[in-house]
Design a protein. Structure first.
Length: 191
């Protein structure tokens, strides 16, 4: 179980790394629900900042879980209103973080269950696979699709991603399947 969660720091410079512990990086476009997902997983209301304004998460934010691993909240991609130079800086930082990081266990790619994978999502997924990074796909906002249509939607999304090894659809509102993700993450940390 996730018993303890603590905000540790926000990185602007990758040289400023936190302690050597396993990390799970959350990636996804702006507004997909990354910060909400951290709050769901840690059973906290305001640990990570949730916003109605896309593009709120601007830095790599490290949350220490159970004193033994980090969840890393990243800025959302595909947010056009952020200035171009700033946007490029973040992309460069995340790429560096992915390329040179032995502590990173895997990437959790968040996709909107209702919207489905966008072009940016598909590009990111492919990029991560090309780097040889393991990707766990979590589809958020499952509550937005009526129960009768959920099976079909899941099949459609999985197909677009060429059937990823691990795919879990969740809701940060109803908390559906949050326990599944929690169990999965904790089992991977203990391996
Ligand atoms: P950035 O930090 O801008 O990249 O966004 P984010 O990915 O961290 O998204 P955030 O958690 O801030 O959520 C964006 C909006 O979506 C908020 O209004 C949330 O309340 C809403 N939201 C997040 N998850 C869910 C969900 O599972 N279901 C529904 N219905 N709304 C959600
Ligand atoms: Mg956020």
């Amino acid at each position: 179980m996730i018993k303890e969660a603590m905000y540790i720091k926000s990185l602007t410079d990758l040289k400023d790394k936190p302690d050597v512990l396993p990390q799970i990086l959350l990636l996804g476009r702006s507004n997909v629900g990354k910060s909400s997902f951290i709050n769901s997983l840690t059973n906290r209301k305001n640990l990570a900042r949730v916003s109605k304004t896309p593009g709120k998460t601007l830095l790599l934010n490290f949350y220490l879980i159970n004193q033994n691993f980090y969840l890393v909240d990243a800025p959302g991609y595909g947010y056009a209103r952020r200035s171009k130079s700033l946007k490029d800086d973040f992309i460069i930082m995340i790429e560096k973080f992915l390329l040179d990081n032995q502590d990173l266990l895997f990437v959790c790619l968040l996709i909107d269950f209702k919207v489905g994978p966008t072009k940016d999502d598909l590009n990111t997924y492919q990029f991560l696979r090309q780097l040889g990074r393991e990707v766990i796909v979590v589809a958020t906002k499952k509550d937005k699709i009526p129960k009768t249509k959920q099976f079909k939607q899941e099949k459609l999304i999985k197909g677009m991603l060429s059937n990823p090894e691990i795919f879990i659809a969740i809701s940060n509102v109803t908390k559906e399947n949050i326990d599944k993700v929690e169990t999965l993450f904790l089992s991977r940390i203990d391996e």
